[in-house]
Design a binder for this molecule. Structure first.
Ligand SMILES: [Fe+2]
Ligand SMILES: [Fe+2]
Length: 280
């Protein structure tokens, strides 16, 4: 059996996967207030598979679309930000496929966290973060799991099984067994990909929201809690009882709003499911 020391050695030899070109290009546009349909089409066309999936989604029952044949038409149906978020998600989902855990619950969790950060932002009275940055940060927050999956192989399967059996947070078991966790490894990947700093910072801080965490990291932390609590988790079946209580005040959201937030999260899951269906 592989020991923890051997897993650490494997991790030291980590070879990061290449960045999907579409993700890099769209990340560079994260803070551009006005992206045109032509710019989006240009980026989406870098990968014919992505454009085809985007059109399938725009024509789906969820978007009540019919006869949408181009990205420009998809923008009319879905909206600029909607197309940008979905192209980003489809590109990540296509590039990185896990081996030791299931693709569908993992990406459903990431899509749900991305959508939930935006739901929370609308209620947060103390912080303001651009919605597109939040969506990207939510999608990427657990990306380190995919790196650990590729690097450690069956060793990572053992870590996941331990977390599952003990019903413990995955990052705690990772820290015990390999001395690091998917938040740290994910942030290193995003730095390696040269994505905007705020995305790496949000990924690094998504389990520790109080100590130097950015507002984006705090929103991702709370969205992650809400989704896990609501059983939209990445497959380890861990359902946290409570979050760090100070986070509500830090963001300016009343804890009493949680039932209403959960209703909105539930409603948004059909969008996540439509994206998953188009991606496959
Ligand atoms: Fe995580
Ligand atoms: Fe997560």
């Amino acid at each position: 059996m592989t020991t923890s020391a051997e897993l650490v050695k494997q991790l030291d030899a980590v070879g990061f996967p290449a960045a999907p070109e579409v993700v890099v290009k769209l990340s560079q546009l994260l803070h551009t207030d006005w992206v045109t349909a032509e710019q989006l089409a240009e980026v989406a066309m870098l990968d014919a598979g992505i454009s085809a999936r985007m059109l399938r989604l725009a024509n789906s029952v969820y978007y009540r679309g019919r006869g949408v044949k181009s990205i420009a038409e998809a923008v009319l149906r879905v909206g600029i930000d909607g197309v940008r978020d979905v192209v980003y998600a489809l590109s990540l989902m296509r590039a990185l496929r896990p081996m030791q855990f299931a693709y569908r619950p993992y990406w459903r969790h990431c899509l749900a966290v991305a959508q939930t950060t935006q739901i929370l932002q609308l209620r947060a009275r103390k912080v303001a973060v651009p919605s597109t940055e939040l969506h990207a940060a939510g999608l990427l927050h657990d990306i380190g799991m995919l790196v650990l999956d590729r690097t450690l192989g069956v060793g990572y399967g053992r870590i996941l099984a331990n977390a599952h059996e003990a019903a413990r947070p995955l990052f705690e078991v990772e820290r015990e067994m390999i001395g690091t966790d998917h938040a740290d490894v994910g942030a290193r990947l995003l730095e390696h990909w040269k994505l905007p700093d705020q995305l790496a910072q949000a990924t690094a801080g998504h389990h520790d929201p109080l100590f130097g965490a950015t507002p984006t990291a705090q929103l991702v932390y709370l969205a992650d809690f809400v989704c896990n609590r609501h059983a939209v988790h990445h497959g380890t079946a861990y359902r946290p009882e409570a979050c760090v209580p100070e986070i509500w005040d830090a963001l300016g959201i009343a804890e009493a709003e949680l039932p209403d937030i959960l209703i909105e999260v539930d409603a948004s899951l059909s969008k996540a499911d439509a994206i998953l269906a188009a991606a496959s």
